[in-house]
Design a protein around this ligand. Structure first.
Ligand code: GRF
Length: 198
């Protein structure tokens, strides 16, 4: 399979998207970004995507039911024919409409070692629980919240005196290494499957 196109969905600063973009620019990740979509018009990540000259779409989610929103999302994504849809800080729970449109082709990154600490404020949850090791997880998105098969994880030690900010920053460094590597391995596996060389 030669399609190595990525669609990126984000809602905020977009540092994972930027790390992905930079990995492509360096030649570490053999892929291209076909579009960047945000539900937040003023998202810094969306602005950055425009600066990079990428195709962007803003689909505001205000006043829309989850399924209604996801139908718009699917309709926007389809013409781009992405191999993978990469959630990079996309702050919406996907409905079955979206998940079933791209089965096993939607990836997410989460700032904890799933299945520990799913949902919001994963770093705060880890600190409150008192774990000594946490990290990040890249996984396939399924119909649950932060469930779905794990693709890659990286660990981060929780240090004495860590607060949410310091721990989040160290986890983020690992996220930026993990996401593009996970994407590369999934694209490679999809390519091998398509060639029947598995
Ligand atoms: C990251 O911590 C990611 O794990 C989580 O949302 C955050 C997005 O950060 N899903 P950024 O927008 O990529 O900088």
């Amino acid at each position: 399979m030669n399609n190595r196109k990525l669609a990126v969905l984000l809602s905020g600063r977009g540092s994972n998207f930027i790390a992905m973009y930079e990995a492509i620019q360096r030649g570490d990740l053999d892929a291209s970004i076909c579009c960047v979509i945000s539900n937040v018009p003023e998202a810094a990540g969306l602005r950055k995507a425009r600066e990079f000259g990428l195709v962007t779409h803003c689909i505001p989610s205000k006043n829309l039911q989850r399924e209604e929103y996801d139908r718009k999302l699917v309709a926007t994504l389809r013409p781009h024919d992405p191999a993978l849809v990469c959630l990079a800080g996309f702050m919406r729970i996907l409905s079955p409409v979206m998940i079933r449109a791209f089965p096993r082709r939607i990836l997410n990154i989460h700032p904890a070692l799933l299945p520990s600490f799913p949902g919001l404020h994963a770093q705060r949850q880890a600190l409150q629980y008192g774990v000594k090791v946490t990290g990040c997880t890249v996984h396939f998105a399924d119909e649950g919240v932060d469930t779905g098969p794990v693709i890659l994880q990286r660990t981060v030690e929780v240090l004495e005196g860590d607060d949410e900010g310091s721990l989040s920053a160290r986890i983020l460094e690992q996220e930026h290494q993990a996401y593009w590597r996970a994407i590369a391995s999934v694209l490679d596996a999809m390519g091998s499957a398509a060639c029947g060389t598995r």
